[in-house]
Write a protein that binds this ligand. Structure first.
Ligand SMILES: Cc1cc2nc3c(=O)[nH]c(=O)nc-3n(C[C@H](O)[C@H](O)[C@H](O)COP(=O)(O)O)c2cc1C
Length: 135
């Protein structure tokens, strides 16, 4: 069963730019290996993440992420099952986006989301655009 979790959080004060880059690189690599799709965005001291994958992978991973001391104030926005059939692209990778780069990658993620998960497209698209201050 596929599952999605979406949350916002605050970056811990002792996290440097180098540590941020390390988190982003680790997440992209690990999530692609685990067949997790979604997005991790960083902007002005906050994270926004959407995780989509097998329920037995997503739930323990989110538990681990929540305990990670490199961020705090983890506020869950979405936590629900998603229809298998909404996933048509199996080889889509996990996008990581920081304020300096990645608008093109965000547009690509949103386009995929609109096709694969139309139910969540409107709200996630709204949140990501606001988060990156694109509108
Ligand atoms: C904001 C944030 C998001 C994270 N997202 C993921 C993620 O999507 N996938 C992942 O494997 N680790 C993610 N991590 C890292 C995990 O919290 C954890 O450090 C990592 O999975 C390594 O765990 P391990 O040493 O038990 O393998 C994230 C960390 C932070 C701070």
């Amino acid at each position: 069963m596929r599952h999605t979790i979406c949350y916002v959080s605050t970056v811990s004060p002792d996290v440097s730019d180098t540590m941020l880059s390390e988190i982003m690189a680790h997440v992209k690599q690990n999530n692609s290996k685990l067949d997790i799709t979604g997005i991790l965005m960083h902007s002005e001291g906050n994270f926004f993440q959407v995780l989509e994958g097998e329920k037995e992978v997503i739930l323990p991973l989110f538990h681990k992420i929540k305990e990670d001391r490199r961020h705090y104030n983890v506020i869950k926005i979405l936590d629900k099952e998603i229809n298998n059939s909404t996933f048509t692209e199996y080889h889509s990778s996990f996008a990581v986006i920081s304020s300096q780069s990645g608008h093109k990658e965000l547009q690509h993620f949103l386009k995929r989301l609109k096709t694969n998960n139309p139910e969540h497209f409107k709200s996630i698209s709204y949140l990501t655009q606001k988060f990156m201050k694109l509108s």
